[in-house]
Design a protein around this ligand. Structure first.
Ligand code: PLP
Length: 392
């Protein structure tokens, strides 16, 4: 199997698994208990908090563990509204956010908040002038993702941080794709709130975190026993948190070398696709993009068929349809960058990891070429297009 869907989730690395197992087997104490046995769990959580804070230049007391990146995103938006304004609050976000942000914003919109969704250019970069113009006195939060999960575009986070600061508005970033992949310094970038998730960096599923800058008020999100400094109750997922900490530590230690290698491989992949497959288009910014992301639209192709045929060849990838929702609506991200519905449907996302090899990529491109030829040969649109070419 060739796994090129690392933006969807990643394999837990062996070191991470080793760091987790003791908290299921020997050291299973509840971190809140008083006896020394349980203190091993408390210590593991505190250790992980440091390892995770270190990824973004934060203080360990600014990290709150959650159950997912989705939860962290929900918390950031709902908390800003609750603490800073209540109903009548205004939030600014972008058209290419993950549904964890967009659907939360939509829900807040139905519950008395005002939401502005700003657009992006053809490369998926937010319009800074539109962002600044959208700010008003009721604005409590700007939430713009660090890097996009579909097209890989990295946003001008420093400039957004400056705009937010200048107007005294909180700045949240969904950094689930960027955390541990590209350098992030929350102080330099003036980020107040940040979401991350362990399973996107070779950690376990079901563990996330919210960074909240010291002095930023956050509402208690899950009520109960008062864990996470009374902000997010529920017995801590000690093994998961320890795994997240280990994954963060490895991500920092390997970031530079790993991203250099991934960029080289990804550029090779992009070069090969563009050389071999006609009528393709790169989605996302060519340079300001995640090291491991390649996203292409192929004209006259239906993405779902392409994925199924790749699957037959043992290749895991992702397309531009929101197939998770059971519908075949084209991706909101691809529409936001201006793609037509048909083009968005014919999109393919390939996301690499540190173990990806050139041989694997050669195999993928060779199969992709065959599959696209086959699908185009069955496409009436492609036939029409070719007939017109011949006539003109
Ligand atoms: C995966 C992802 C999420 C959701 O994180 P989960 O931990 O899977 O809930 C949110 N935002 C982005 C950008 C993501 O890629």
């Amino acid at each position: 199997m060739i796994y090129l869907d690392n933006a969807a989730t990643t394999k837990v690395s062996p070191e991470v698994l080793d760091a987790m197992i003791p908290f299921y087997t020997e050291d299973y104490g509840n971190a809140s208990s008083i006896y020394s046995f349980a203190q091993k769990s408390a210590l593991a959580i505190s250790n992980a908090r440091k390892q995770i804070a270190n990824v973004i230049g934060a203080d360990e007391n600014e990290i709150y563990f959650t159950g997912s990146g989705t939860e962290s995103d929900n918390w950031a938006l709902k908390s800003a509204v609750e603490v800073y304004k209540g109903t009548g609050a205004h939030i600014i976000t972008s058209a290419i956010e993950h549904h964890a942000i967009l659907h939360t914003a939509e829900w807040l919109g139905k519950n008395g908040c005002d939401i502005t969704i700003i657009g992006v250019d053809k490369d998926g970069v937010v319009d800074l002038a539109e962002l600044e113009n959208a700010i008003r006195k009721e604005t409590v939060l700007i939430s713009i993702m660090f890097a996009n999960n579909e097209i890989g575009t990295i946003q001008p986070i420093k400039e957004i941080g400056e705009i937010a600061k200048k107007h005294g508005v909180l700045f949240h970033t969904d950094a689930v794709q960027a955390f541990g992949q590209v350098p992030i310094d929350v102080n330099e970038l003036q980020i107040d709130l940040l979401s991350a998730s362990a399973h996107k960096l070779h950690g376990p599923k079901g563990v996330g975190m919210l960074y909240a800058r010291k002095g930023t008020k956050i509402a208690s999100f899950i009520h109960g026993g008062g864990q996470e400094r009374k902000k997010r109750s529920g017995t801590e997922n000690v093994a998961g948190i320890a795994g997240f900490g280990k994954a963060a530590e490895i991500a920092v230690a390997t970031m530079q070398q790993r991203s250099e290698r991934e960029i080289q491989l990804r550029d090779y992949l992009m070069g090969e696709i563009e050389r071999i497959i006609p009528y393709c288009r790169l989605n996302g910014h060519r340079v300001q993009r995640l090291p491991n992301n390649a996203n292409y639209s192929f004209e006259f192709i239906e993405g779902e068929s392409m994925l199924l045929m790749l699957d037959v060849e043992g290749i895991c990838a992702s397309s531009g349809s929101a197939c998770t929702s059971g519908s075949l609506d084209p991706s909101h991200v691809l529409l936001a960058i201006g793609l037509k519905h048909e083009t968005a449907h014919g999109s393919l996302r390939l996301t690499l990891n540190h173990e990806t090899t050139t041989e694997e990529l050669d195999y993928v491109v060779a199969n992709l070429e065959k599959i696209i030829q086959k699908l185009r040969s069955m496409s009436p649109l492609y036939e029409d297009f070719n007939n017109k070419q011949i006539q003109s």
